[in-house]
Every structure is written in C-alpha cells, then in structure tokens.
Write a protein that binds this ligand. Structure first.
Ligand code: PLP
Length: 413
C-alpha cells in the first residue's frame, strides 16, 4: 500500500525532543499516545516563557504582568472555542482533564436533572472515567445505568441504543473514540436520535479531539470533554464544553475564590459561566500551554493528522496481523477506527509483552487501559496497546513487528 504524504513527519519529529532519546541502546519508539502525548518544543517554550516573563495570578492583579497573564489565559480559552467551533468562549470551562470534566457534569448537571428511577445510558466500551462518576450519581439518586452492548468487532449495537432511548434515558454518555478498540462511534447520528427523545448527550472526546477535526456545532452535543495532555499540551489541564446556556442552569462544582460574585457570612452569589466553574487558582500555565498545543496541531492541520494516523493504523493492522498467533481487537475497517491497535499474542501476558518491547526501546501500554468492563465483555484479562500520533512512522511499525517476532521466539510460539 502506497502511503500518501500529509506533511513532513521527519520535520515534525524534530519538534519533539524526547523522540531523540535512546532507550536500551535503541532509538525510542513511543507508542503509548492514547495514554499521553509527547510535547513539542513550541509548547515547552511557551511554558518556559510564562514562568520567565509573565507568571502572575489572573483576573485579580491590577498590574501589567498579571494583565498579560490574564490576557494569555483568556486568549487560550478563545483558541479552544475556535478549535472545536464553539459559539462562544463562555461555553468553555477549564478543568484538570476529561475525568474532572465528566465529574463536573455528573455533579453540577446530574444532581439537578437525574432522579429516582431515571436511566443513564453508557456503552460497553467506556473508559472508567465515563462509568464511575455515573455509578456514584446513580447510587445517590436511585437511578439506573443502562449499557449499550457491542459486537465482537467493537461496534455499538444500535438496536440496544434505540431500546434504551425508548425506555426514556435522561443522559447518554459516550466515547467518541474508544481508547482500546479504536472504534470511532457515529456520535453525530446518535446525538440526533437521542435529542428526538429529549435525551441529553455527553461526548467523551479524550481520544478524538487530539486526533481529528471535531466541531461541536456540527455534532450538536450537549457536553464534550477532553484532556490537554493527550494533544501535546501540558498535564493537568482539560476542557469541558457545554452548549448554549447549559452552564447557566448548573450548580457550582467547587466553591472558593474567583467563582463568586459576592460572599456574605451565610450566602454567596456566583459569577457567570465559565468562571462559576473555575474556583480558586486554576492551572494558568496549563491553559496557556494548551493554547500553544492547539496552535501547533492547527498549523499542521487536524484533517492531515487524521489521515496520517489512519494510514499508519491501516499499515499496522496489515503488518501486525501477519504475526502468527496474534489477535487484534476492534473494527477491521481502518476508516472506522482511530490510531489505537490493541492485541494479544498467544498466551503471552501483556505485561511480559510490554517489558520485552521496552528492551527494544518500544513503549506500549499493557493491562486493561481503564476499561475493565470492556475487557470482561471481550472475555480477556488484558491487552497490549500500541497507539499512534502525528509523529509515528511506518518504520516504527516495522520495528514493532520485528520485536513481536522476537517475543514469539522467546515464548516458542
Ligand atoms: N476517556 C477516555 C476515552 C480516555 O482514553 C481517557 C484517558 O485515557 C480518559 C477518558 C481520562 O482522561 P484523563 O485521565 O486525562 O482525565
């Protein structure tokens, strides 16, 4: 298969200092991008500049450096809004990451809108972050969780989705793209169907926003959550988007400074969103660093990044499936999946696999990837996961395939 050139990958790789490392005597191959992405020097230098030139608390200092920090922080919010095509920066709340974003919705929207006997609809392929907050809410409110099952190829069972909608689900919380199977769910269609029954939809976009163009107005989702660290930004910053005036109707998540309008001994009033949900000193440099990551990815182009990853994934599936004894999970059609390839090789434990690949300088993830119910559904204890990003190459896939042959040799498969 001839790979089309989307951008100069070798030039992109020069931007990532960590990719120059030698691990165990071999060039470092980073294939754990679904866990976190590496950082380009443009993001690292933005953080460096923040600390050297305009580190100050925001929204409260009446002096130049604080005003510079505030302006950079709010410019980052505007960049996020433009990146996902939100109507306004006021629809963007900065949080620690996807996990906190989902907990915010469970707390601030869920407690008001979910009650005794209500249903919350999830899918069998969710990350623990999109399961546990809903379990906590359901227990507190006497609500039930309903799971949309998946086929053996990792595709959602649409008739179950319909059934749960008909039985009156209040909220549908769904991964845009699975961190284990790679499945890209048809969220646009699902949202249209859910809205017909008045069901609210939260999209866990942790594995989609970093890798493909995502337009919240086109999707028409009610909430969308993602993490900065998975898209070349700093750790500890993430985004919760809420449509229109949804934030207005929600109660605060955390109380403290900065989210208030007035505080009296026995009562307080709140600032308008997004500030109502950003209590205390937030991750200022994280937001600014995320803005730099958005600039970096946008300069290359999300469409090109998606095409590059799709080609690498197709190549990887084709190449790895030639390894005797391998089982690859998820949809067979690379169009229907993101850059995540989870597999098992014979009865080699994924932890042994990851250790042996590390000897060859290759970083992969092994275990359940925070998706235990999914592994139970697949009937397997764990998987090894290789996940790709804009800087990975076919040559790296070849080296992974060679290492798998070495593992086969060691285990006499
Ligand atoms: N949802 C999905 C699909 C993920 O892959 C992840 C992280 O791996 C999360 C949620 C949680 O993201 P974070 O740990 O950044 O909060």
């Amino acid at each position: 298969m001839q790979k089309t050139v989307q951008y100069n990958v070798e030039k992109v790789r020069q931007d990532f200092p960590i990719l120059q490392r030698i691990i165990n005597g071999k060039p470092f191959i980073y294939l754990d991008n679904a866990a976190t992405a590496q950082k380009p020097r443009q993001v690292i230098e933005t953080l460096d500049r923040f600390y050297k030139e305009y580190n100050a608390n925001i929204h409260r200092g009446i002096y130049k450096v604080s005003e510079e920090a505030t302006a950079a922080h709010e410019e980052a919010r505007a960049k996020v809004a433009r990146f996902i095509n939100a109507r306004s920066p006021n629809e963007i709340v900065f949080v620690r990451g996807t996990t906190e974003a989902i907990n915010l919705v469970a707390h601030a929207w869920g407690r008001k809108n979910v009650g005794l006997g209500d249903n919350i609809m999830l899918t069998e392929m969710e990350h623990h972050s999109n399961i546990v907050p809903w379990q906590l809410l359901a227990k507190e409110k006497g609500a039930s969780l309903k799971y949309v099952g998946i086929t053996d190829q990792g595709i959602l069972e649409r008739y179950e989705f319909q059934q749960h909608l008909q039985s009156g689900a209040k909220l549908f919380a769904v991964a845009h793209s699975s961190n284990v199977l790679g499945t890209i769910n048809p969220v646009r269609e699902l949202i249209r169907e859910a809205h017909k029954t008045g069901c609210c939809v939260l999209v866990d976009a942790a594995q989609s926003v970093p890798h493909m163009p995502v337009d919240v107005q086109d999707l028409d989702c009610d909430f969308l959550a993602f993490s900065g660290h998975k898209m070349c930004g700093p750790t500890g910053i993430g985004v919760l988007y809420a449509k229109g005036n949804l934030f207005d109707e929600m109660v605060p998540f955390h109380g403290g400074g900065e989210m208030i309008s007035e505080v009296h001994p026995y009562e307080s009033s709140w600032k308008p969103p997004p500030y109502k949900f950003e209590a205390g000193t937030t991750n200022i440099e994280g937001a600014i660093g995320l803005g730099a990551a958005i600039d970096y990815l946008s300069n290359i182009g999300l469409r090109k990044i998606r095409l590059h990853e799709r080609e690498i994934t197709a190549y990887a599936i084709d190449k790895l499936s030639r390894t005797k004894g391998i089982t690859i999970y998820g949809p067979s059609d690379p169009q229907a999946r993101g850059g995540v390839v989870s597999f098992n090789l014979g009865d080699v434990h994924p932890h042994d696999m990851a250790t042996l690949l590390d000897e060859d300088g290759i970083a992969v993830r092994s275990g359940q990837h925070c998706a235990q119910p999914l592994h139970e559904r697949l009937g397997i204890p764990a998987t090894t996961r290789a996940s790709f990003y804009l800087y990975n190459t076919e040559d790296e896939v070849d080296r992974l395939a060679n290492s798998l042959e070495r593992v086969r040799g060691i285990f006499k498969l």
